[in-house]
Design a protein around this ligand. Structure first.
Ligand SMILES: [Zn+2]
Length: 344
């Protein structure tokens, strides 16, 4: 089969690889009908040292179950399923606490252990706990939004939840990528009164407004902090969704939180220590977040997607074939595209 393999910064190739197959009795084999390129894929795309054997990329997918292992109970061949970016057994203590990304038997797709989903097929470990069957006959038009339940919508939701967004709250979203935009949807869905986005790309800002943003801050650094204070009566916001992962984004996030506020960080951190610990301390700001347990959120978010109450699929502004994946990385990296969908 064919799959996307990253060999180093800027070097993603489509190659013939051994067919995905069942290894453990708890595995499912899924034929990928839709996958995506993620903003987090751009970190290795920009930074990875060249390697001999590449890394099989991709951690978001919708597909059709082609085979199941002997111990799989809840899935059958032909089921249309959505795959969270982390696999999990659904039965351990952390899964029961809703923290599936810390599953004792879990792990991540697109790693050395489990190959990625930017491929014709993917092996899904812990299939019963991991995969969610989508209602058969889910309309084609809903597929982009259903696909975001793999990662970006659940991740934006996690940022909002860990930042304690809710009714009447003032919320700021740092970052206008697909996750930040889904964070806007999540904040609005949870009842936020004011939603400020910090971003500067016109196409993304337009989408953010469609999703419910009330204010746009295009300044950076200290100027952005000043502007948010102006927009919030001088105090800052209750909830900050940090959807970038850089030191600068985290500094800004803490600086715009009001006393007693919270930062939910979902951008993969590219800093050693959390910055701005002094203002965070003196303002009693909670810094929370981490990899989103998107599996835990699918049950809550799926009905809203099926009913069309939220339309996170609008973050996709390009659909490509597997062969076009290298150009898809380039387009997202150059901010020519917000998020790319792959139809193998
Ligand atoms: Zn578990």
């Amino acid at each position: 089969m064919r799959a996307a393999v990253l060999y180093g910064a800027g070097d993603v190739r489509i190659e013939s690889v051994p067919d995905a197959r069942l290894i453990q009795p708890t595995d499912a084999l899924v034929a990928v009908s839709r996958a995506c390129i993620c903003g987090s894929d751009l970190w290795p795309y920009n930074l990875m040292e060249p390697v001999e054997t590449g890394r099989r990329m991709g951690h978001e997918a919708i597909g059709v179950v082609e085979a199941v292992g002997a111990d799989v109970r809840t899935l059958k061949v032909g089921d249309v399923v959505v795959m969270p970016f982390a696999y999990s057994d659904g039965t351990c203590v952390f899964c029961h606490e809703g923290l599936h990304t810390s599953c004792i038997h879990g792990g991540f797709f697109g790693t050395a252990e489990v190959a990625g989903a930017q491929a014709e097929a993917v092996r899904v470990p812990q299939a019963d706990g991991t995969l969610v069957v989508l209602p058969v006959g889910a309309e084609e038009a809903l597929m982009p939004s259903l696909l975001t339940l793999s990662d970006v919508m659940g991740t934006g939701h996690h940022a909002a939840v860990t930042a304690k967004a809710g009714p009447g709250k003032r919320v700021a979203v740092v970052g206008d990528g697909a996750v930040g935009l889904c964070g806007v949807i999540a904040a609005k869905r949870l009842g936020a009164e004011q939603i400020i986005i910090l971003g500067r790309h016109p196409d993304r800002i337009a989408l953010a407004k469609e999703f419910g943003v009330t204010d746009v801050v295009s300044e950076r650094g200290e100027e952005a902090v000043e502007r948010v204070r102006e927009l919030t009566g001088g105090s800052g916001v209750h909830s900050v969704l940090e959807c970038v992962g850089t030191d600068q984004a985290m500094r800004t996030a803490i600086a715009i939180a009001r006393p007693g506020g919270a930062v939910g960080r979902v951008g993969v951190p590219h800093y050693e220590a959390i910055p701005a610990s002094e203002p965070a301390f003196y303002n009693n700001v909670t810094v929370s977040g981490g990899p989103a347990p998107v599996r835990a959120y699918i049950g809550e978010l799926l009905p809203d997607v099926l009913k069309g109450r939220i339309e996170p699929g609008h973050v996709f502004d390009r659909v490509i074939s597997l062969d076009e994946v290298p150009d898809g990385y380039r387009a997202m990296n150059e901010r020519e595209s917000i998020k790319v969908m792959v139809k193998p």
